[in-house]
Design a protein around this ligand. Structure first.
Ligand SMILES: Nc1ncnc2c1ncn2[C@@H]1O[C@H](COP(=O)(O)OP(=O)(O)O)[C@@H](O)[C@H]1O
Ligand SMILES: [Mg+2]
Length: 305
């Protein structure tokens, strides 16, 4: 593995698979992690003898472009490497999660929208297998934007997603819900259905601004709809260890949220946009890359929490 920094050269074309896999500095062993804290010991995930009931995690931040969808795909894929069965729920009308897994969501006749709105459609009719073994997808497309309006007049409108996923809770170990960038009714549905929230936070100056509002929304949902809801962790994304700016933002995030911040930090790398084009997770596209290793480490932390 090379210890030289990448030198900032951005590849313009898609690198062939398996080439230049180790494109980032090697992970430090022991001592301080990128969060500036000593790294905690994370136990080896236990083998499972049976599957379910699923732990539902909402991947949530009302800011766009912070790594929610990327983290949903790659955390999901990494969890399957530890023998977990995973369902990914695309809960954003943009359908980026579906597209990121190579599924042409705009061509689908039935999506999560139909399960939410039509009583005759069950979740099993819509869930599809992905290119990753043991990882399924409940796809979405632009139809879902109509659901937000239609659900407003429903009885128990905040629990529509929970009703949707309840029949399959026993089939999976983790259900990851990729939320849209807003704190509207769909996101409230995700929080009402979740056991925990995972907040991806970009290591940029303005990223902390919206977090207080997000945490306030989480507190309200816990009080009024879902007493078991907790914050599973804050994931620092798009970290650039070479810039003082990134390190300063990281220090503020750790100061503000302490142990809630995962030890695992996701570095900024062109590898992630590449995987979106490839339509597969980084764990299979570039299995030995630093990005793949980071999401495996995150999976271990999530299992341990
Ligand atoms: N660690 C990263 N480094 C560089 N680019 C990233 C990283 N994570 C995500 N991206 C890219 O940033 C864009 C936004 O990420 P995405 O996961 O779609 O965010 P969100 O779902 O929060 O809107 C995408 O083009 C994605 O490929
Ligand atoms: Mg997204």
């Amino acid at each position: 593995m090379s210890t030289l920094p990448h030198g900032g050269a951005v590849e313009l074309s898609i690198a062939p698979r398996a080439a230049a896999d180790d494109d980032e500095a090697p992970e430090e062993v022991g001592g301080q992690g990128p969060t500036g804290r000593p790294k905690r010991h994370i136990p080896e995930p236990a083998l499972l003898e049976h599957h379910g009931p699923a732990r539902v995690l909402a991947m949530c931040n009302q800011k766009g472009g912070v790594g929610k969808t990327t983290s949903t795909i790659n955390l999901g894929a990494a969890l399957t490497e530890f023998g977990r069965r995973v369902l990914l729920v695309d809960f954003d009308p943009q359908g980026a999660l579906s597209v990121g897994l190579g599924i042409p969501a705009h061509q689908l006749d039935r999506t999560i929208y139909n399960v939410l709105i039509e009583r005759s459609v069950g979740i099993q009719d819509v869930v599809i297998r992905t290119c990753v073994e043991n990882m399924d997808l409940l796809p979405s497309n632009i139809d879902l934007s109509a659901a937000e309006v239609q659900l407003v007049s429903e009885v128990g409108r905040e629990h529509s997603l929970l009703r949707t996923i309840r029949p399959v809770l026993d089939e999976y170990d983790y259900i990851l819900v990729d939320c849209q960038p807003s704190l509207g009714l769909l996101t409230v549905n995700a929080l009402a259905a979740a056991d925990g929230v995972l907040i991806p936070l970009e290591c940029e100056f303005f990223s902390l601004r919206g977090v207080a509002l997000l945490i306030d929304t989480i507190d309200k949902v816990r009080d009024r709809l879902n007493p078991k809801l907790e914050i599973t962790g804050i994931l620092a994304t798009m970290f650039d260890p070479r810039t003082l700016h990134s390190r300063e933002v990281m220090a503020r995030v750790v100061e503000a949220f302490k142990d809630t911040v995962f030890d695992t930090v996701i570095n900024r790398t062109v590898r992630f946009p590449e995987t979106t084009v490839a339509g597969e997770p980084i764990t299979t596209w570039a299995p030995r890359s630093a990005g793949a290793k980071a999401y495996r480490q995150l999976a271990r932390e999530v299992i341990a929490r």
